[in-house]
Write a protein of this length. Structure first.
Length: 104
C-alpha cells in the first residue's frame, strides 16, 4: 500500500515546492512553530545581513554558555531532588525555557 501512495506524494510535494506561499501554508499545518523561522527562506526574503556566525561565535557574542555548561545549578538541583530525595523532577527548566522557546 505504501508503494502505491509514494508516487502521488512525490508529485504533490513537487507541486507544493514550486509555490513559496503553498510551502508556508503546508508548513503551518505540519509544524506551526517553525513556520515563522522558515517562511522568509521559503519566500525568498533576503537576510538582513550576510554575516554568518558559527555557534561558538554566536554564543560568545550574545553571552550564552556552551550547552554542556548551561544550567549547571538547575541540573544539580534536579539530580539531588530525583536521585537524592527520590522525588519527581520539577518543571522549572521547562518553564524557564518558555520565554525563549515559546509555550510548551
Amino acid at each position: 500500500m505504501g508503494a502505491l501512495i509514494r508516487p502521488e506524494l512525490r508529485i504533490a510535494f513537487w507541486v507544493v515546492s514550486l509555490n513559496g506561499p503553498a510551502q508556508v501554508a503546508l508548513l503551518r499545518l505540519v509544524s506551526p512553530m517553525t513556520a515563522s523561522v522558515a517562511a522568509p527562506v521559503l519566500l525568498g526574503v533576503p537576510p538582513e545581513t550576510e554575516e554568518v556566525l558559527t555557534p561558538a561565535q554566536a554564543r560568545e557574542r550574545y553571552g550564552y554558555d556552551r550547552p554542556r555548561d548551561a544550567h549547571l545549578e538547575l541540573r544539580a538541583r534536579q539530580q539531588a531532588k530525583v536521585f537524592g530525595d527520590g522525588s519527581k523532577p520539577s518543571d522549572e527548566g521547562i518553564l524557564e525555557s518558555q520565554q525563549i522557546l515559546g509555550r510548551i
